[in-house]
Design a protein around this ligand. Structure first.
Ligand code: 5GP
Ligand code: ZN
Length: 137
């Protein structure tokens, strides 16, 4: 995908600041740096979002995420680390090539995700889960 910015990074057509690379994944610094040490872990093949990951690629991405998270913890000793991964515009995705964010976190660092929990009754959880179980079949 020649018009995809992350494909161009993976192919070396535009520069990036790399942290880790293997056959299926590339970890590099997010240009925006929400906090210092903010890393993106991208799939090397052009896959738009999580729905397109096969098992091997999904495993490789999370293996790299866990490795880099340990490095972020060691190098920056943050108070926490947030994994953020968006699929679709409504979820906040802006680059349509699968990636996840590893963001070192600190108390009152200004990053917010509102969490409007509805706390439905268990019967509603059963209805919601049944719909998903049917979709998994
Ligand atoms: P999304 O909202 O899709 O999860 O996040 C896309 C991220 O890609 C943003 O945090 C943005 O800063 C980062 N980004 C966009 N273009 C580039 C680029 O050319 N190089 C790097 N290193 N990061 C980029
Ligand atoms: Zn791409």
């Amino acid at each position: 995908m020649s018009d995809c910015v992350f494909c161009r990074i993976v192919n070396g057509q535009i520069p990036s600041t790399k942290v880790h690379e293997d056959r299926l994944t590339l970890a590099f610094m997010d240009i925006g740096q929400v906090n210092p040490g903010h890393v993106l872990v991208a799939a090397k093949p052009h896959v738009e979002n999580i729905y397109g990951l096969d098992d091997a690629l999904a495993a490789a991405v999370f293996q790299t995420a866990a490795r880099v998270a340990r490095a972020v913890k060691k190098a920056y000793t943050p108070e926490g680390v947030t994994l953020y991964q968006a699929n679709g515009a409504a979820a906040g995705q802006t680059v349509y090539h699968f990636h996840l964010h590893l963001i070192p976190r600190y108390d009152k660092d200004g990053m917010h995700l509102t969490w409007p929990a509805k706390n439905p009754p268990r019967e509603q959880l059963e209805v919601n889960a049944a719909k998903l179980r049917a979709a998994l079949e």
